[in-house]
Design a protein around this ligand. Structure first.
Ligand code: MG
Length: 173
């Protein structure tokens, strides 16, 4: 009986997969600042091959990692002209589809941007709505937040922004 119960619990347990994502982009002049698909008015923008949406990139890597589907560099290489200036929200939608095709449902995503400036909190609801829409989940399944780094390190000096994310997937049974 006990063994059966333990087996059942293990089965339940392994229905869930977690993943983590991390990304960094440099802040430069003459680029738009796009985070979670929201264009934010700021004197600098993130540099990158795509739209350099560091938040969405971290979310994508968390989702891919949770499904053991490698990373965004494998799926959307920056040597492929299709991804030049790509809208990262579109790529995130494709990642959501990949994860579902692999047999998982997205239970939740939590993400954090590391940036000294500008103030990002007024934009959180729009970022959350964008990510929820493209990932086809409810708003309450997407967490978006930010922190400064107390002026320490590259985000603190305003040289770039970083983002980290975690994702929880549930295997369809
Ligand atoms: Mg990136």
């Amino acid at each position: 009986m006990l063994e059966q119960e333990i087996r059942r619990l293990i089965r339940e347990e392994t229905r869930f997969r977690t993943g983590l994502g991390f990304d960094v982009h440099r802040l430069v002049e003459g680029r738009r600042l796009i985070l979670g698909g929201v264009e934010i008015s700021f004197e600098l923008g993130l540099e990158g091959y795509s739209d350099a949406d560091v938040l969405t990139h971290a979310v994508m890597d968390a989702l891919l990692g949770a499904a053991a589907l490698a990373d965004i560099g494998v799926h959307f290489p920056d040597t492929d002209p299709r991804w030049k200036d790509a809208d990262s929200l579109v790529l995130a939608g494709a990642v959501g589809d990949l994860v579902r095709q692999a047999g998982y449902e997205i239970e939740g995503v939590d993400a954090m941007v590391l940036a000294q400036r500008p103030k990002l909190s007024p934009h959180f609801p729009a970022m959350q709505a964008n990510l929820a829409r493209v990932l086809k989940v409810r708003l309450d399944q997407i967490g978006v937040k930010a922190t400064t780094t107390e002026k320490l390190g590259f985000p603190g000096r305003g040289e770039g922004m970083a983002a980290m994310a975690s994702a929880l997937l549930r295997a369809r049974t």
